[in-house]
Design a protein around this ligand. Structure first.
Ligand SMILES: Nc1nc2c(ncn2[C@@H]2O[C@H](COP(=O)(O)OP(=O)(O)O)[C@@H](O)[C@H]2O)c(=O)[nH]1
Ligand SMILES: [Mg+2]
Ligand SMILES: [Zn+2]
Length: 304
């Protein structure tokens, strides 16, 4: 009889109906049984696993420093855990959806997850998109322009991934903006892997329906986990407080001290620095609309 196998600490990189896919400290993949403990696991979670006879099982979930989550109906759904950086991917043209971008930025900011906006498909021409992306540059959000198809400026992303403090990053955005194409530029072969995973879970091969993490090898630092997030269209924010939504807008924070009331909602009040700045054209109307829509959604969910 062979010696009993030892477990240890690992990171969740994906899950299917019966298994959770883990990555141990040496970068080895472990296919663990889904136990009752593993039910609420999120990609990016750190876990302790052990062996039940020969089979790896998750025995403990370690506390996460953050969760990227969204509201869906009355539930809060976790999407990824322990993110050190979120690359919010968009594309030139119709896919540049400011409502979506502002929502995912708010959700990230509320969990203190730093984010970067990636404007992809610049090979298609980006004149009109520049007007929109400038809005984000002006309020201090880092913006990177790429063409994953032409391999353009991917090195700028690679450069930011070299930061040794990064352990887990994610690519988020609506379907079709080029997340998987970017990922495949960063880590060649992930397209194939996505297909293999999908086969196992019995889901469609083309669309990424679940988050999945891939190892990115770095010369001078520990390997980095890059999570490809599913192309979520509707980022519900009902789980957030109105206060934290307002605080997630950098262009609001620098002006709120000038509002007449400390608890100004920046919507109905007469003397409001945010509305004044909007009027003067210093705050983008798209951003203000996003804010009002999020506040409305929270008030509809909690009408008291
Ligand atoms: N023109 C152009 N097309 C791209 C670029 N990046 C991705 N695409 C295409 O956009 C479509 C969606 O890409 P995909 O990576 O699957 O997007 P995802 O849904 O965000 O993962 C595919 O047909 C890609 O070939 C790009 O930089 N330029
Ligand atoms: Mg994809
Ligand atoms: Zn105000």
């Amino acid at each position: 009889m062979s010696a009993p196998k030892l477990g240890g600490q690992a990171v969740v990189v994906g899950s299917s109906r019966r298994f959770v896919h883990l990555l141990d400290k040496n970068g080895a993949t472990i296919k663990a049984q889904s136990s009752s403990k593993a039910v609420d696991l999120t990609v990016g979670d750190s876990v302790i696993y052990g062996y039940r006879k020969e089979d790896p099982v998750v025995t403990e979930i370690l506390p996460a420093k953050n969760y990227l989550a969204r509201s869906y109906r009355d539930e809060t759904k976790k999407i990824a855990a322990n993110l050190d950086q979120l690359f919010i991917v968009t594309a030139v043209g119709q896919l540049f959806n400011t409502f979506f971008l502002d929502r995912i930025m708010t959700v990230a900011a509320c969990e203190s997850i730093p984010y970067t906006l990636v404007v992809n498909k610049i090979d298609l021409g980006d004149q009109e998109t520049r007007i929109l992306s400038d809005i984000y540059e002006r309020i201090g959000i880092p913006v990177v322009y790429t063409s994953a198809k032409a391999g353009k400026n991917i090195e700028l992303l690679e450069q930011s991934l070299r930061d040794p403090d990064l352990r887990i990053v994610a690519l988020g955005g609506i379907s079709g903006v080029g997340k998987s194409t970017i990922l495949n530029q960063l880590i060649p072969g992930t397209e194939r892997k996505t297909a293999e995973v999908s086969e196992r879970t019995g889901q469609g091969k083309q669309t990424t329906t679940q988050a999945y993490g891939y190892m990115y090898e770095r010369d001078d630092a520990a390997p980095l986990l890059v999570i490809d997030l599913p192309g979520i269209q509707n980022f519900g924010v009902q789980h957030l407080s109105k206060q934290s939504v307002a605080e997630s807008f950098p262009e609001f924070i620098e002006r709120v001290a000038e509002c007449e009331f400390d608890n100004c909602s920046h919507i109905g009040e007469q003397k409001c620095a945010i509305k004044d700045a909007l009027e003067r054209g210093e705050i983008a109307p798209q951003r203000y609309d996003s804010y009002v829509r999020m506040i409305d959604e929270i008030e509809e969910a909690k009408p008291y």
